[in-house]
Design a protein around this ligand. Structure first.
Ligand SMILES: NC(=O)c1ccc[n+]([C@@H]2O[C@H](COP(=O)([O-])OP(=O)(O)OC[C@H]3O[C@@H](n4cnc5c(N)ncnc54)[C@H](OP(=O)(O)O)[C@@H]3O)[C@@H](O)[C@H]2O)c1
Length: 225
């Protein structure tokens, strides 16, 4: 059993932006062989260049079951898989079945791990984002269930609070800044999160051999504010 990522094959789905990209970069820094995947070929190309260290990338839409199946069957076992795919506002229940599919399709080495990224709306509902809260809660439950079903592969969920990533790229810049400032002032940590804050927690659960079935909140105290 090794705590090191050196030489490990790490797949980051949604690894071309925000939390996924920061995770890919952090894993590569620790010597992992990183592959990133997301829908946009351009984003994949840019992310591979940013991650460096021999990283590879492939376009993949995780809502396309056939593409997902073809992807996993064309690759050998992974040591660690991280799912940091932004489902977006229009996310439907379909996404949950796709997340479930990782448990069935993905080949992970027995000493490896699967890490899901949910969000603290699972525990701290927002009346304007009820469905996202439900999806996050389902992901956290799925993570615990998969930890039993895929044992000895370890499965954990990281549940971020408000993180400043390109997920809000469509918001006007001034509105976004004002919203982030208000949020920071209301949080016990007095700041909003950065993608790197979440990536650090993802790497911890990937490499700690006694961590499985856990949900870890990286939310600046959002749950208690
Ligand atoms: N940022 C926050 O405040 C926050 C808070 C709580 C939870 N989260 C969760 O954290 C995760 C990552 O969010 P983020 O902030 O890092 O978002 P982001 O910067 O927008 O990154 C999302 C990534 O997902 C990829 N993606 C989206 N749909 C996809 C699909 N169908 N198939 C494959 N890849 C897809 C995107 O690339 P393409 O466009 O190329 O597909 C991108 O690489 C999400 O699950 C989000 O809900 C974020």
């Amino acid at each position: 059993m090794t705590r090191s990522l050196k030489g490990s094959r790490v797949l980051v789905l949604g690894g071309t932006s925000g939390i996924g990209l920061a995770t890919a970069q952090a894993a590569a820094t620790q010597g992992a062989k990183v592959t990133v995947a997301s829908r946009s070929g351009d984003k994949v190309k840019a992310a591979v260049a940013k991650v460096g260290s021999g990283a590879t990338g492939e376009p993949l839409d995780t809502t396309n079951d056939a593409a997902l199946e073809a992807f996993f069957s064309s690759h050998p076992e992974w040591d660690h898989i991280v799912v940091s795919v932004a489902a977006g506002r229009s996310a439907g229940i379909h996404d949950m079945t796709v997340q479930e599919a990782y448990g069935k399709l993905a080949k992970i080495t027995p000493e490896g791990s699967l890490t899901l990224v949910s969000g603290y709306l699972s525990q701290r509902p927002n009346k304007d984002a009820l469905l996202q809260g439900c999806i996050n809660a389902a992901l956290e439950s799925l993570g615990r269930g998969l930890a039993l079903a895929l044992s000895p592969v370890r499965v954990n969920t990281i549940s971020p609070g408000l993180i400043d990533t390109p997920i809000r790229a469509s918001m006007p810049a001034d509105k976004k800044e004002a919203m982030l400032e208000r949020a920071a002032a209301a949080l016990p940590a007095r700041r909003v999160g950065q993608a790197e804050d979440v990536a650090e927690a993802i790497l911890m659960v990937m490499t700690n051999p006694f961590t499985t079935g856990s949900t870890i909140f990286i939310d600046g105290g959002g749950m208690i504010a």
